[in-house]
Design a protein around this ligand. Structure first.
Ligand code: FES
Ligand SMILES: [Fe+2]
Length: 401
């Protein structure tokens, strides 16, 4: 008997089924996932306050797509493909930065205004007299929700972030996320030698907390609950449990954490997590808001990008508490990375068989169900040949609708 509260039992057999092993290392499926999931679902880029001044930008690359968001001199935000219209060089380099009044392509020096319009062509006289004025940077669809900027590289059926998050809107409003700023020290990018779904699977259940995460277990191990996917989000709550603490960071975090009176009493002693399909988790803590997201690089390599947002005028105690919650999270994410690598490796083993889920892991099959809905080809026990994969997926999709 472990110390978790027992949630309701899964209500259908399919909810207990995991994905077959091949889906964790198939190059063909990986390409299809980029197309079906990552290019056409919202991707979180940054907080608007990270591009507070004209010319400030943050870039976001995934698969073959390269994008960036930037603030122009009229204070408007834009999202563009990071691709010069001359010969395709990146127009901005690095994860973030600031340009002056103009974007200068580092290859041959074409220039663009901050609103993306083409400003100048180096040695214009050496090109034909054709009208190039429409060769501005290509735009990317974007949405700002509670101060967070999301982009979508290709059109997709996923509803707007505001719609997806409707059921959580009241709960997260008191955190004041839209007014927060990003902590430069809180930015992390970890390389995990694992398929992105293995990373997500580990994160989608809390059954492993008592065994694998001493700090988290000390913080809220006795009262942690995962809910299954509803629409395109899932929600989990860890409530700080009373009693003596063994873990240094947890003990000090709870001693130092001031009462956050902006939050209702029910939320002053919890870590609340909200996952947005397919690859983002927001964590709402009394001291800050955090995020982490998986960026697939290859079928067996994932970047995990994370960050911390906080109020600019936080008290000294709140800042210290935020430092300590960050320590707990860094420790936890190292532990999770190891587990993700192991389960990802396992899917290639000749001994790999169907996985078994407890009631406390229902977040995993519930996430898989949504994946199976969008990528029905993942229901197949045997990997289809790569050239047929997309076609087969399309046919399976149209058979359902
Ligand atoms: S590729 Fe940008 S100026 Fe040539
Ligand atoms: Fe974990």
């Amino acid at each position: 008997m472990n110390s978790f509260q027992s949630p309701n039992r899964p209500n259908s057999i399919s909810e207990s089924e995991g994905l077959p092993g091949w889906t964790y290392f198939s190059p063909g499926l990986f390409d299809l996932e980029l197309e079906v999931l990552f290019y056409s679902h919202w991707q979180f880029v940054c907080h608007v306050n990270e591009i507070e001044h004209p010319g400030e930008f943050v870039s976001y690359d995934i698969g073959a797509e390269r994008g960036f968001v930037i603030r122009d001199s009229a204070n408007r935000i834009h999202a563009f493909h990071n691709l010069c219209r001359h010969r395709g060089s990146r127009v901005v380099s690095g994860k973030r930065g600031q340009c002056n009044k103009v974007l200068v392509c580092p290859f041959h020096g074409w220039t663009y205004n901050l609103d993306g319009t083409l400003r100048g062509i180096a040695r214009r006289d050496t090109f034909s007299e054709a009208d190039y004025s429409n060769l501005g940077l290509k735009r990317i669809e974007f949405e700002i929700w509670n101060g967070l900027v999301f982009i979508r590289f290709k059109p997709g059926k996923q509803a707007s972030i505001a719609e997806i998050m409707t059921r959580h809107a009241r709960e997260i409003q008191p955190y004041g996320l839209d007014c927060m700023v990003a902590s430069p020290k809180g930015r992390i990018t970890d390389r995990i030698q694992a398929n992105w779904k293995a990373v997500r699977d580990v994160d989608n259940e809390g059954y492993h907390v008592p065994q694998a995460h001493p700090a988290l277990n000390d913080l809220y191990g006795k009262d942690y609950q995962d809910e299954t996917m509803e629409g395109e989000t899932n929600r989990s709550v860890g409530r700080f449990t009373p009693g003596p603490r063994k873990h240094w960071s947890v003990r000090n975090y709870l001693n130092i954490l001031p009462e956050n009176t902006n939050l209702p009493e029910s939320h002053r002693n919890i870590w609340l997590y909200i996952g947005i399909f397919p690859n983002l988790v927001l964590g709402f803590y009394p001291d800050c808001v955090i995020f982490y997201q998986e960026i697939p690089k290859t079928p067996t390599l994932t970047l995990q990008r994370g960050g911390i947002f906080h109020h600019k005028n936080e008290s000294r105690e709140m800042k210290l508490a935020r430092y300590l919650s960050g320590r707990i999270d860094r420790e936890t994410s190292k532990e999770d990375s190891m587990l993700s690598i192991w389960v990802s490796e396992a899917t290639k083993s000749s001994a790999y068989d169907k996985v078994i889920f407890s009631d406390l892991e229902k977040g995993v099959p519930s996430y898989h169900n949504l994946l199976r809905e969008k990528l029905p080809v993942t229901k197949l026990d045997v990997e289809p040949a790569t050239p047929q994969l997309q076609d087969l997926n399309d046919r399976m999709l149209s058979a359902v609708t």
